[in-house]
Each structure stands twice: as C-alpha cells, then as structure tokens.
Ligand binder design. Structure first.
Ligand SMILES: Nc1nc2c(ncn2[C@@H]2O[C@H](COP(=O)(O)OP(=O)(O)OP(=O)(O)O)[C@@H](O)[C@H]2O)c(=O)[nH]1
Length: 262
C-alpha cells in the first residue's frame, strides 16, 4: 500500500478556525558544514524547523522537514540561511517559517604566553525567519569568560572570588558579511579575562594576574558588552545577558540589557 492509497489526515480541513504560528519538528540532530568567510567547519547541528499553519488545515507535513535535511549535505552560512528557509517554506507549502540551527562553533586560539594552539568551542544558534516574504537572520552566541569580583577583591586582605561566566548575545544580522570570529572576540574581551582551550603554567599565571587586575561585576560586563556592540557593523539591535556561576553562592548573578533594532 503506498501513501496515495491512504487517507492524508494532515491535508484535511480543520473547522476550529485557529491558525498556528509555528508547527514542525525540533531536537533533531544533523551533521552540518558551517561556512564562515570561506572557512569550512564540520559540526553537528540541533535543528528546529517550523512553519505557520493556516486555520483551515489540520496538520503540517512533518516528513518533509526531515526529507529536506537529508536531501544532500547540509552546508550553511549566514548568507545562505535565508534561501534554505525559503526552500523549506516552499516544500511545506506554507507562507512563513523558521529554521533554527544550534551548533558548537570552534575557534583555534593560541594561549596568551606559551602560544600553544587549541580549539575553543562556543554555542552558536543561527535562526532563519521568513514572514510576509522578508527574511530575517537571527544569531545567538554564548561566550564563556572568567569574571573576578571587585567587591571581594576590595574587602579581602588577599585573593578575590572568581568564576566562569556566560555572556549571551542575541541579535539580528543586518550584514551577512559579519564575521562570527570577530564578534566573539569583541565580546569575550569584556570579561575579567577571556578563556583559552589549553594553558601551560606561564599562561595560567598570566590569566590569574590579568583577571585580578580586571575585576568585573555582572553589571560591569553587561555594560561593557553593550558599549562594545553599540554601532557594531552588521548588527540590528541586540540583547545581552551575563550569568556568573558564582563560586561562593549556590546561585548565579545575572544581568540583562536590551537594545531594540530598527
Ligand atoms: N502534522 C503532524 N504530523 C505528525 C504528528 N505526529 C506524527 N506526524 C508525522 O506525520 C508524518 C506523515 O505525514 P506527512 O509528512 O504528510 O507524510 P505523507 O503524507 O506521507 O507525505 P506528503 O505526501 O509529503 O505529505 C510522519 O512523518 C509522522 O511522523 C503530529 O502531531 N502532527
């Protein structure tokens, strides 16, 4: 028996007159090649693929999302995401849709003193949205840094509590020529100290002293990132959140700044 001999429930009429903003699949992992300014990087994306569903339709055709992912090697860039999203909407016979790809993005970094190279991984989510014909490309970055507490340093005879922090930036990309690497560097420089994948003892000494000389609250970091991103070429508004995984509390410290786009 093939599909033609079976009832197509998804295509049947729905009488409730309720449109659905997003329906599709999520938490599906797929091998992906990410192209960043001509450099290819193999990674694994967790995908969330959805379309809008009109009020009169009972269901979307979910198999088609998986079919599209498996049509050929998944190769994406900031530049090509809008086309991929539009192809998805067409395949699903929809009018709007969103394609979200979350993946680890790796940057080779040389340790600050020894110069030894190693990979640093950053959580990146690229979001292609098409609504009313106009594509929007969203970006979410989670960048780990070190933070050292200015209060703890000021009140203590020696030492200061410090911890890993996550700086999360969400923005709409106004210029596909935006370099993820440059943006990540601009943000991670606003912590008490950036992180590296590999540290020899001279590097560890450098980071320990650099962070101690550069104490920052979450408030300091979120303000300094806002300053660094104000007018940053290729961004259309942004939201920043900073979370300190406090080493002296069983809770985090957290701060947020929103700057709406045009
Ligand atoms: N819309 C919808 N589909 C579901 C749901 N649960 C499972 N499905 C999927 O429905 C799919 C089958 O529907 P379609 O994708 O339309 O498959 P098809 O009709 O054989 O293929 P097309 O002719 O391309 O539509 C299967 O992949 C199921 O996994 C659900 O809650 N909603």
């Amino acid at each position: 028996m093939n599909s033609h001999d079976m009832p197509d429930v998804q295509s049947s009429h729905d009488a409730r007159d309720i449109a659905i903003d997003q329906v599709g699949i999520k938490a599906i992992r797929h091998p992906m090649t990410f192209l960043d300014h001509g450099k290819e990087q193999s990674t694994v994306a967790e995908c969330q693929l959805t379309v809008g569903l009109p009020a009169d339709k009972k269901g979307t055709h979910m198999s088609r999302f998986v079919a599209l992912l498996n049509e050929g090697p998944l190769r994406l860039s900031v530049d090509s995401l809008a086309d991929w999203t539009e192809a998805m909407i067409e395949r699903l016979e929809a009018h709007s849709g969103e394609a979200r790809f979350s993946f680890p993005y790796f940057i080779a970094k040389d340790a600050p003193v020894s110069g030894q190279g190693a990979m640093m991984d950053y959580d990146v989510t690229l979001i292609g949205r098409v609504e009313g014909g106009r594509p929007h490309i969203g970006l979410k970055l989670v960048i780990p840094v070190t933070s050292l507490c200015p209060c703890s340093k000021e009140i203590s005879a020696y030492g200061a509590h410090n911890q890993r922090s996550h700086i999360t930036v969400e923005t709409e990309i106004g210029d596909p020529a935006l370099s993820l690497r440059d943006l990540i560097t601009a943000v991670e420089d606003q912590g008490s100290c950036p992180l590296w994948g590999l540290l020899k003892r001279p590097d560890e000494k450098y980071i320990t002293e650099y962070a101690f000389d550069n104490p920052k609250f979450v408030e300091d970091m979120v303000r300094d990132v806002a300053n660094a991103l104000e007018g940053y070429p290729g961004l259309n508004g942004f939201s920043i959140s900073v979370e300190n995984f406090e080493s002296i509390h069983n809770h985090s410290a957290w701060a947020v700044i929103h700057r709406p786009g045009q």
